[in-house]
Write a protein that binds this ligand. Sequence first.
Ligand code: F6R
Length: 258
Amino acid sequence: MYLVFPDVATIADFVADALASQVRARPESVLGLATGGTMEPVYARFLERVRQTRLDVSRLRSFNLDEYIGLTPDHPQSYAAYMKQHLFDVLGFDPLRHHLPDGCAPDEDGYCRHYSSAIYQAGGIDLQLLGVGRNGHIGFNEPGTAFDSTTHVVSLDERTRIDNSRFFAEGELVPGRAITMGLRDIMSAREILLVATGAAKAPTLAAFHRSGVTPELPFSVLKQHPRVRIVLDAEAARLLPAQACQPMVQAVLPARSA
Ligand code: F6R
């Protein structure tokens, strides 16, 4: 069943509330974090919750899904810079608690092994946030990625590079390679929340609905996870059968002060 919200704002409220509840229930939670356009309103709303409810985030830990290879953390299009801008400038960044893959690690394979084992040493991810690419990638696990993959280096799909070029300056090339948590790392999370918004994602969700579990559509692996919620806006859900969609309107609107 897909949870379908009228718009991006109501989704952001819902996901921000889910994150806040997780942190309230377990302040030392380990979150798996995504970047991308979809998450920007989510993080903005989450920071509002943190401020309004004085949520204690001092013990929170996190692991980001991915990073471009070759971009240093101060490069404006690195995911490290994205996280700083959208979350950590306000939340506070402690490198011992908040982890982002290092896109400039000299020993790539050794570093990948280290990143996956750090997740397990932290006790595993409690709540994993995911966006999805139009080709069905999660993290940067492009079509064809093995389901038992751990953190690894990938060559990005041409479609992913075109989609992500909107975040780069005109004429600036999107890196061709990235480091990403693997599908096994993602599937090890105790709970998963995948968010997709906008009409461009509608065919991807329709393919997911029709598809069996196949590496050709990487996020189809989520069908095998026991605790996954797929959260969509009306546009992303537009090609899904109505009976598979649970409309989320009044029930989740948070009480806003006048
Ligand atoms: C980024 C990530 C990617 C994005 C996906 C959707 O950390 O994990 O899988 O979630 O590319 O990106 P947007 O939200 O920009 O459509």
